[in-house]
Write a protein that binds this ligand. Structure first.
Ligand SMILES: Cc1ncc(COP(=O)(O)O)c(C=O)c1O
Length: 410
């Protein structure tokens, strides 16, 4: 259906205000303060005249759940307002947003480019599936801007990357990306899940489409799956068209939970940023830790780029524990507060050990070629008291290295 924006929170308002109010009509069903969950798969027409008003004359209304739903529409408007986009489509998962967007932008004979430390399933889609549609994909090493530019062909449709990336929190230089893309007239897509609209604003840096797994910080409670793509109206319309056919829609109840999560997103994100920074510094000084990867630390290779294009550095900290695979497993087994689980961005602190979780099934040699060591730990800090998170990490680290005590590195 045609989408008339009735946002009550225009761009000039602050991000906290937009997170609470953007996208909502001022007056709602039964004078409810919250956005109602319109839990329906289809919408009734009063009579044939009304059908024609919709089909022939483009009356703005809903028809069928896969083509839109009032709760979903509010979520889409709010997300667009948060990132400063003209339009947005919301999906049933981040991967649905990514795959539908990619498919909507290409046709047989096109070429796409993706950087090599994109999210594992995004890479898999681009390297193992997209060629079935006659689309060629080049994977270029992250941060190799000359190689990236050299990979562009006359039929290249877009460059896809992430910033920060998983698990090393590499930062893509968005100024360089914009310049390269402009020289060759190709679109740019950034998955900004790890940074969120509070910390980094890719569209303002000239990126064409911004994607998010809203499963993470935007919804924020480890209780739903959702995804979104935001950008210029004409691009989003193309994606929306395919979305209606592919059908990876988000359920209205999930949309409600997303809207509810968004209301506290800036508050939560500030805590994630602060706690991750404090935890990264703690880990950097810990005798049982070899190396810490956090873009807010001066030791991170992309610290300068991060400082230039981000206002906060996010809630994920990766680190190499000293020792071997067994030490990393001992560390996991002694955790009492932090949960061992994939994902990030929720209120609970989650820890994953990529070697035995996401890269399980690959040989050690294959994993090391991808930079995934036996001792790498990815920590997604929640919003518990930072001292409690740190105390849990400290006791588990010490128990993973029985010979080492709490003495700090000099
Ligand atoms: C950076 C990034 N993009 C996309 C996704 C996929 O999102 P979802 O799990 O919501 O499908 C993930 C999942 O972890 C992710 O980390």
């Amino acid at each position: 259906m045609p989408r008339k924006s009735k946002t009550v929170a225009p761009k000039e308002l602050g991000i906290a205000t937009r997170s609470i109010h953007a996208g909502e009509d001022r007056l709602r069903y039964a004078d409810s303060i919250t956005t109602p969950i319109v839990q329906t798969s289809t919408f009734a027409f009063k009579d044939s005249k009304e059908i024609e008003a919709y089909t022939k004359h483009g009356k703005a209304r809903f028809e069928y759940g896969r083509y839109g739903n009032p709760t979903e529409q509010v979520a889409a408007r709010r997300l667009a307002a948060l990132v400063g986009a003209e339009d947005c489509v919301v999906f049933g998962s981040g991967m649905s947003a990514i795959t539908t967007t990619i498919l909507a932008l290409v046709k047989s004979g096109d070429h796409i480019i993706i950087t090599d430390d994109a999210y594992k399933k995004t890479l898999e889609f681009c390297s193992s599936y997209i060629h079935r549609f006659g689309v060629d994909c080049t994977i270029v090493p992250f941060g190799h801007y000359e190689e990236l530019e050299a990979a562009i062909r006359p039929n290249t449709r877009f460059i896809f990357s992430e910033s920060p990336t998983n698990p090393y929190l590499n930062i893509f230089d968005l100024t360089r990306l914009r310049k390269i893309a402009k020289r060759h007239n190709v679109l740019t897509l950034i998955d900004a899940t790890f940074s969120t609209p509070l910390n980094q604003r890719p569209l303002e840096w000239g990126v064409d489409l911004e994607l998010h797994s809203c499963t993470k910080y935007l919804a924020g409670h480890n209780d739903i799956l959702a995804g979104a793509v935001m950008g210029r109206k004409e691009l989003i319309e193309e994606i929306r068209g395919l979305h209606k056919a592919v059908g990876g829609v988000i359920d209205p109840h999930c949309c409600y939970l997303l809207l509810r999560g968004l209301k506290t997103f800036p508050l939560r994100m500030k805590v994630h940023n602060e706690t991750a920074m404090k935890t990264a510094r703690f880990l950097e000084a810990h005798p049982c830790v070899d190396r810490v990867y956090y873009p807010g630390l001066e030791s991170h290779p992309h610290y300068e780029t991060a400082k230039a294009q981000m206002t906060g550095f996010g809630g994920v900290v990766s680190f190499d524990i000293k020792g071997n695979l067994a030490a990393a497993k001992r560390f996991l087994d002694h955790l009492k507060l932090c949960y061992i689980a994939p994902s990030l961005g929720g209120v609970e602190t989650l820890i994953t050990h990529p070697a035995i979780v996401s890269y399980y099934g690959q040989t050690r040699k294959e994993r090391y070629a991808l930079g995934i060591t036996d001792t790498l730990i990815r920590l997604a800090v929640g919003i518990e008291d930072p001292d409690d998170i740190i105390a849990d990490l400290d006791q588990a680290l010490r128990k993973s290295h029985p010979a080492k005590r709490t003495a700090r590195k000099k």
